[in-house]
Design a protein around this ligand. Structure first.
Ligand code: UTP
Length: 646
């Protein structure tokens, strides 16, 4: 196998929590014999916690090393990729049997070679009904899928993980592998042997807390007692169980789906409490294990109810885990502290977030670069080198594209001078000559791979006349296609002071406004320097967010002193735009209007942004981090000196 095919790649697979519909998965399976039953329907969600691994293809062997949640590293497991051996290993039921079971399936169905999986970190609590075994099986299936470029869908990963797990003595449900969809809510249906999967798009942020009740539950007994009511009801009690896991469950799950998609946390919390009441009324009478005193004590605790919209049991129920929908982030922190102190219950957080709504980014790089003349006579200024904190030399444009991708952009358009296209295309898409690739150290080989991945997201839009930043943005109108988009200057770099990149902070602020208000990244600047930059003023809408009242391009000091002062923490200060914008597509008609009145001259973004502010409002987010200019000689020199320092 060629060296390129053996690149190391990272995987993360979360666990999953069943939010609604527990037990209806196997109940729906009984439709094999009784078609009068309702299909099962559940909603589950990938957890914030999960398993992290570095993987790569290797010759003829399955090599796995696991790290447990407490940091213990298990001895490395090695087996030849031989079907009978792997199947026998799966049946033995030891720690690595899941890996052997999935590897056997992948070998049998796809004829794969070996794989090395270093599960170097696990943050998922085990044996808490979060399907850590299913997460591990999905991890192994996906490692083969990626290492051999099989192009399998998530559904196929799920199937491989399921078949691998049931090749071991352990028994798992059919919904456990739903974690393969990642940290998003998923609705699954169960009709006999058929499974349907629908990923859901959350319409808001839900703050969940899952607490370990530290009680005991006998899952085998719960399953035994409930299964006795299937496939045909023999008594009124059986009929009540079927009703609860059938029609009632369907009603509740479909309502939950609606509330998740609408982002209604309060109503979803109330629905959780209702689901628990329905569960208790119908199922508790047939199974003592479901009396769950610890679960009910926690749900009924008056202190708890102050912080939550509602809650219910998790998994097979009993005294395993409880889940709550909290009123907000701070309420969740308070609840977790209370449950720990009062009941000794360890907790973990689970977030259901609205997916980032910005999918596209525009980066204009077609400017003349007069301030960097004569260098720009030789090469476009965005191809100037900068060294990262990791000691890697990259051209400015690569770092800007990486910033856009870090904010969630799946596609990126570079507005370029037509004569530069070949050069950009060659850099991002031209690959690396095999003889060069072989000589690169592994870290730079990975850089080469990452660069090729970036290249797949790029589109080039030519700007034939340098008619300004606003004109370059306008040229991207058709490509943007009526969606909100991220706009980045082509010659600015960013270093965030938090885990989220600077562009991501702006994109998420935009999203928090429900996509209703465009957002510009801003930073505090000295009065003596603001004549070089777009400057804003406004009223504080939140600790870090200004509702903008003015946007002025390169104001004179006097004008700024009179109109652009903002008071912050008791001081009078000034804020400038940092070159990151999350914009609604309504900016385009305003740029068009600017184009009509420009008489063939330059079209500036700032004028259109000020018009946008007047029409629908614009927010300024004080980002947490710094920016670096590379478009002016002395600032570029400063950037080169400082950017490589963490
Ligand atoms: P600048 O204002 O920095 O202009 O553009 P410039 O041409 O790059 O540099 P100077 O002022 O001549 O030295 C801001 C961003 O908009 C792009 C630039 O490439 C830069 O990324 N731009 C500017 C265009 O794409 N087209 C234009 O007509 C003007």
């Amino acid at each position: 196998m060629a060296a390129e095919d053996r690149k190391t790649f990272e995987l993360f697979v979360p666990g999953r929590v069943c939010l609604f519909g527990e037990h209806s998965d196997w109940a729906g399976g009984h439709r094999r014999t009784n078609s009068a039953l309702e299909p099962g329907l559940v909603i589950l969600c990938g957890t914030n916690q999960g398993m992290y691994a570095r993987c790569r293809a290797c010759d003829g062997e399955l090599v796995v090393r696991s790290t447990l949640t407490d940091g213990t590293v298990r001895e490395t497991y090695r087996q030849p990729m031989q079907l009978e051996t792997l199947q026998a290993e799966a049946r033995r039921g030891h720690f690595y049997s899941y890996a052997a079971g999935v590897a056997a399936y992948m070998l049998d169905f796809y004829g794969v070679g070996g794989v090395e999986i270093d599960n170097y970190r696990t943050t998922l609590p085990v044996k808490k009904g979060l399907s850590s075994s299913a997460a591990f099986c999905v991890l192994v299936a996906r490692a083969f899928n990626r290492a051999y470029s099989l192009g399998l869908t998530t559904r196929a990963d799920i199937e491989a993980a399921y078949q691998g797990e049931i090749a071991t003595p352990s028994r798992c449900g059919r919904m456990d592998q739903g974690c393969a969809y990642g940290q998003i809510p998923v609705m699954m249906s169960f009709d006999g042997d058929r499974i349907g999967v629908t990923p859901l798009r959350a319409g808001g942020h839900f703050y969940l807390l899952v607490a370990d009740l530290c009680g005991k539950k006998d899952t085998v007994r719960i399953l035994g007692d409930l299964n006795a009511a299937f496939p045909f009801a023999k008594s009124a009690r059986d009929a009540a169980v079927q009703q609860c896991l059938g029609a009632e469950n369907r009603r509740i799950v479909l309502r939950a789906r609606e509330l998740i998609e609408r982002g209604e946390a309060a109503a979803l919390g109330a629905l959780m409490s209702e689901a628990q009441a329905v569960f208790d009324a119908h199922l508790m009478p047939v199974c003592d294990e479901l009396r769950s005193p610890r679960l009910h004590a926690a749900l009924a605790d008056p202190r708890v109810t102050e912080w939550v919209y509602g809650g219910k049991g998790v998994g097979s129920q009993g005294d395993g885990c409880v889940q709550f929908i909290c009123k907000g982030a701070s309420e969740r922190v308070a609840l977790a502290a209370y449950l720990r102190q009062t009941y000794g219950m360890p907790c973990f957080e689970l977030d259901i977030r609205r997916p980032v709504s910005i999918r596209k980014a525009v980066i204009p790089v077609a400017g003349l670069g007069t301030r960097m003349f004569p260098y720009t006579k030789a090469v476009p200024k965005t191809l100037l080198p900068v060294v990262t904190c990791q000691g890697v030399a990259k051209p400015v444009i690569q770092l800007v594209v990486e910033e856009a991708v870090s904010a969630g952009a799946e596609e990126v358009a570079l507005v370029i001078q037509p004569e530069d296209e070949a050069r950009f295309r060659d850099f991002f898409m031209g690959g690396v000559r095999p003889d060069t690739f072989i000589k690169l150290p592994p870290a730079l080989q990975e850089e080469a791979t990452a660069l090729a991945e970036l290249g797949k997201r790029l589109t080039f839009i030519p700007q034939t006349e340098p008619r300004g930043f606003g004109h370059a943005v306008l040229l991207a109108e058709r490509w943007v296609g009526g969606e909100p988009f991220l706009l980045l200057l082509g010659d600015h770099l960013y270093r965030s002071a938090e885990a989220r990149s600077v562009a991501r902070q702006v994109a998420e602020r935009f999203q928090e406004s429900g996509d209703s208000l465009s957002v510009v990244g801003i930073y505090q600047e000295e009065l003596s320097r603001i004549r070089h930059y777009g400057t804003v003023s406004g009223e504080w809408a939140a600790e870090d967010t200004l509702q903008l009242q003015r946007i002025v391009e390169k104001p004179a000091e006097e004008e700024a002193r009179d109109f652009l002062r903002v008071s912050r923490h008791g001081k009078e200060v000034y804020f400038c735009v940092n070159g990151v914008y999350a914009l609604r597509p309504s900016i385009f008609p305003l740029l068009q209007a600017g184009a009509r009145s420009s008489d063939g001259g330059e079209i500036q973004l700032t004028a259109a942004l000020e018009a946008l502010r007047q029409a629908e409002g614009v927010l300024g987010l004080v980002v947490s981090g710094r920016h670096f200019d590379t478009g002016q000689p002395l600032l570029y020199a400063e950037t080169v000196a400082r950017f490589s320092q963490p």
